[in-house]
Design a protein around this ligand. Structure first.
Ligand code: ADP
Ligand code: ASP
Ligand code: MG
Length: 414
């Protein structure tokens, strides 16, 4: 018997009818001879609803209590799905994260999984049960409920698949795989049959929310075969793999974007050792993560410094920077929270020059001004005004031949 860990996301369990459909689908796999562990998210919209409830009580709710609240969403769906499976005549049991000892650190709202005790699940499987586990939640050493960050059910599924040595971890969602870019923004986007862990990791960290970044990290680290598939249609989906594709394949695999960006600039700071630290230190101390950092060439003994942060942290970071500016005698602090980051990702970039210039030309042809640029081995990112997001992504999708069938993609353009 081969073991599958299957995860069904919020939309896939978004109504009672859909929960019935998931139960039938899972039973089908069981009838084909697989053992199945199912991980479910909360019904779509539920986690957001719970966040809003908390905000209605307090503008700054305790992180511990927020986790107690948020974890209830998944507790509802595990019970409902298990009932639906039982209705179909199969043996099934549901478990919360704590019940199957999904041990995490104590970083509430963004906890990391440290260990899973698979004994109870294995025992149930050996007795013929379909085991249903709540995604997104765990428990810390002290027994406090924790949650794994938005999209965290993906990570629960991968971690369970690793702990149970499943044949495959299957992420069922509302798209039939990983696409060249978000199909909601570019209808011409194509499904990728395969994508490497490295590329998927970049895409996830650059804003493609189809998989939580930690799920990809975990799968890469523990060698878990990971596949993204549709809950609603049959198909092979997208396999996340170690293999790199052949020479004939596209240089660019996908375009990721992130709307949650804001940028801050401090102008006219002394061009001296230690200044970058004095600027970024207080921001880090306030637990604000900095993404891109650019320092200009100095002139007249001063320089300008620009960084990007999550849009939610914009006001906080701006206030800190204004204080720092006074201390350093800087000329001015400015900021913009209506910016986005658009990134090209592809392992093919490593061995190919000219990607960035093709990118910049495509954006220039649309009259889109680039505000910041950052590159690494397999990605090029630009910051542009928010209003240009869709236009930029579509223009790049065409410029890099991503609308075309794989055999032609990338070949004609360079
Ligand atoms: P779930 O609730 O099943 O976890 P998510 O909303 O988290 O689903 O993820 C699926 C969504 O990810 C899709 O509906 C799609 O809009 C979005 N998405 C973003 N980038 C991509 C991409 N490159 N390929 C496929 N889907 C993407
Ligand atoms: N329900 C959680 C969320 O909405 C976790 C998940 O769906 O993966 O983020
Ligand atoms: Mg998700």
């Amino acid at each position: 018997m081969t073991l599958l860990v299957q995860k069904y996301g919020g939309t896939s369990v978004g109504s009672l009818e859909r929960i019935h459909d998931v139960a039938s689908k899972v039973l089908n796999y069981k009838n084909k001879g697989h053992d199945v562990v199912v991980v479910v998210s909360a019904m779509s919209g539920e986690t957001n609803r719970l966040v809003e409830l908390a905000k209605g009580i307090s503008s700054d709710p305790s992180e511990r209590e927020l986790d107690v609240l948020l974890s209830t969403g998944e507790q509802v769906t595990i019970a409902l799905l298990t009932m639906a499976l039982q209705n179909l005549g199969c043996k099934s049991r549901s478990y919360t994260g704590a019940q199957v000892h999904i041990l995490t650190d104590d970083a509430h709202n963004k906890a990391r999984i440290l260990d899973i005790d698979g004994a109870r699940v294995k025992r149930d499987l050996s007795e013929g049960y379909i085991v249903v586990v709540a995604g997104f939640q765990g428990v810390d050493q002290q027994g406090n409920i924790t949650t794994l960050g938005r999209g965290g059910s993906d990570t629960t599924a991968v971690a369970l698949a690793a702990a149970l040595k499943a044949e495959e971890c299957q992420i069922f969602t509302d798209v039939d795989g990983v696409y060249t870019t978000d199909p909601r923004v570019v209808p011409e986007a194509r499904r990728l049959d395969r994508v490497t862990f490295e590329e998927m990791l970049e895409m996830a960290s650059l804003g493609s929310k189809v998989l939580q970044i930690r799920a990809v990290e975990f799968a890469g680290k523990y060698n878990v075969p990971l596949r993204v598939l549709s809950s609603f249609e049959e198909g092979e989906g997208t396999l996340i793999t170690y293999e790199e594709r052949g020479m004939e394949q596209a240089l660019i695999s996908g375009i990721a974007f992130n709307r949650d960006e804001a940028k801050l600039t401090i102008q006219g700071v002394p061009d001296q050792p230690g200044v970058a630290h004095r600027i970024l230190g207080p921001i880090g101390d306030a637990n604000v993560e900095v993404d891109m950092i650019i320092q200009n060439v100095g002139a007249d003994g001063t320089t300008d410094f620009t960084c990007t942060v999550h849009r939610n942290d914009y006001d906080k970071a701006l206030a800190i920077l204004q204080d720092t500016a006074k201390e350093l005698g800087a000329r001015e602090v400015s900021g913009d929270n209506k910016i986005v980051k658009v990134s090209l990702v592809g392992v093919g970039m490593r061995s190919h020059a000219g990607i960035a210039s093709t990118m910049f030309k495509a954006l220039a042809d649309e009259g889109i001004n680039i505000r910041m640029i950052s590159t690494s081995e397999i990605k090029v990112s630009v910051v542009v005004d928010e209003k240009y997001l869709e236009l930029a992504v579509r223009a790049l999708h065409v410029a890099f031949g991503l609308d075309e069938e794989p055999d032609n993609a990338g070949k004609t353009k360079y």
